[in-house]
Design a protein around this ligand. Structure first.
Ligand code: GLC
Length: 424
């Protein structure tokens, strides 16, 4: 997990035919928002004519990302590479007429980004895949893709055939494109771990590619937790990653202008890294392969904020537990430097409670004047430290988020007790 722990920021890309009409990826035909026929007609609009993955990589590096995850195949079953397992791919069925996965993989790899592949287990277009659908009367029933009721076994032969197909695609992904750093699975919910044979599948992945990390959407055999859209209040104990959209759509949707602000994303990002996680920030490239201007601008401004503050980000781990400071924080690997993320304009001093270790120096990252901030400690008692106060002059604050570097005399020690009466 070494690279993953240090990566902190990844870029997620939902790139598929759904961007042609700007409908929800796969779900739009599942939910009946669009007919299956109209959904599949989008194959004709996936051109990849302005696809320049080197440019993507350059942008992601500037944004401060260390890894990327691309949807090699969403639930609609349309593969971005020339899969031999069936015909539903952008090479055979779209005007792009080429494998777009190889150029992505090579470009990310040569830019020094770790390469991640999203892969949906469920495949709602595969004739051997019986989809669990609440409405079995419409397209699903006519296409006989709905599954038998819960508890009733699948058509065994069909399911076995589907698993073979699934493994064949997985094998292609893990053997035909060089080293893949991360397999990002999705779409587990329609069958049990036993039906998917996840245990055996994890072993298979390990045999084909021992160093590939796997997210948790593979039964209990994943390497890390992956909450979605909401920062967990109680963060997972082990490694984790939050995936989140920049606006309200995973894929490209021209009409979705509901972008989060830079401050909102920086809050989410710092809350993730302060609690030991990564942020996998999603954008939806257009069907022609270009990246929407809004997304590009956003990623550049995120990178501009990160760059002068990177020491608080990449080489750090979980910060102060809740209660010591009003906001996210991170801690250097040697546990001697604390970084506080501060989103307001100061009215009075910033406080750290329960900090036993004396403070050596306090500065602000990115502050060219290198101003040393005044700090003092209130009266403590025995092992119970007084409150640490830091004065933050407004002139050294940043409009997005100010990062305060608190250098300590020693490894951090915190008091987390209930307090006690002064007896002597
Ligand atoms: C949700 C969406 C799915 C998307 C995924 C990313 O599960 O339904 O379409 O790919 O999030 O995590």
């Amino acid at each position: 997990m070494k690279w993953f722990d240090k990566a902190k920021l990844g870029i997620f890309m939902h790139w598929g035919i759904y961007g042609v009409k700007g409908v929800t990826e796969s779900w739009s035909f599942y939910s009946g928002d669009i007919s299956h026929e109209d959904y599949m007609a989008q194959l004709d609009g996936f051109t990849a004519e302005n696809y320049d993955p080197e440019k993507w990589a350059e942008l992601f590096i500037k944004a401060g990302a260390k890894y990327t995850v691309l949807t090699t195949k969403h639930h609609d079953g349309v593969a971005l590479w020339d899969t031999k397992a069936n015909d539903l791919n952008v090479v055979k069925k779209t005007p792009a007429k080429r494998d777009v996965l190889t150029p992505y993989t090579n470009a990310m790899r040569s830019a020094g980004l770790k390469v991640g592949y999203y892969f949906s287990h469920i495949d709602w277009n595969h004739p051997d895949y019986a989809c669990i659908h609440p409405d079995s009367t419409e397209w699903w029933a006519t296409n006989k893709f709905t599954a038998p009721p819960e508890g009733v076994p699948d058509d065994f032969e069909k399911w076995e055939r589907f698993l073979k197909f699934h493994r064949a695609q997985l094998k292609e992904l893990l053997t035909e494109f060089g080293k893949i750093d991360l397999l990002w699975f999705d779409g587990v919910w329609e069958r049990t771990s036993e039906q998917w044979k996840f245990k055996e599948m994890r072993e298979y992945i390990r045999t084909l590619s021992p160093e590939t990390l796997v997210n948790e959407r593979i039964g209990e055999y994943g390497d890390y937790a992956c909450p979605e859209q909401g920062v967990p209040i109680i963060p997972p104990e082990g490694p984790w990653e939050l995936c989140m959209t920049l606006n309200d759509s995973w894929g490209h949707n021209e009409n979705d202008h509901n972008y989060k602000s830079l401050r909102q994303i920086v809050k989410i990002f710092t809350e993730c890294i302060g609690a030991g996680g990564n942020l996998l920030l999603d954008i939806g490239p257009k069907p022609d392969g270009s990246i929407r201007e809004e997304d590009e601008k956003f990623l550049l401004s995120l990178g501009e904020w990160i760059e002068p503050r990177s020491e608080a980000i990449y080489e750090t781990g979980r910060g102060l537990p809740l209660g010591h400071y009003y906001g996210p924080s991170t801690l250097s690997k040697d546990k001697k430097t604390l970084y506080l993320f501060y989103f307001e304009k100061p009215i009075d001093e910033i406080q750290i409670k329960g900090l036993v270790t004396p403070v050596k120096r306090v500065t602000v990252l990115g502050d060219e004047s290198k101003t040393e901030l005044n700090h003092k400690r209130g009266l403590g008692f025995l092992a119970i430290p007084g409150i640490t106060y830091i004065e933050l002059p407004e002139k050294v604050t940043n409009d997005v988020c100010t990062v305060i570097k608190v250098e300590l005399e020693d490894e951090i020690e915190l008091y987390r007790g209930k307090g006690e009466a002064i007896k002597a």
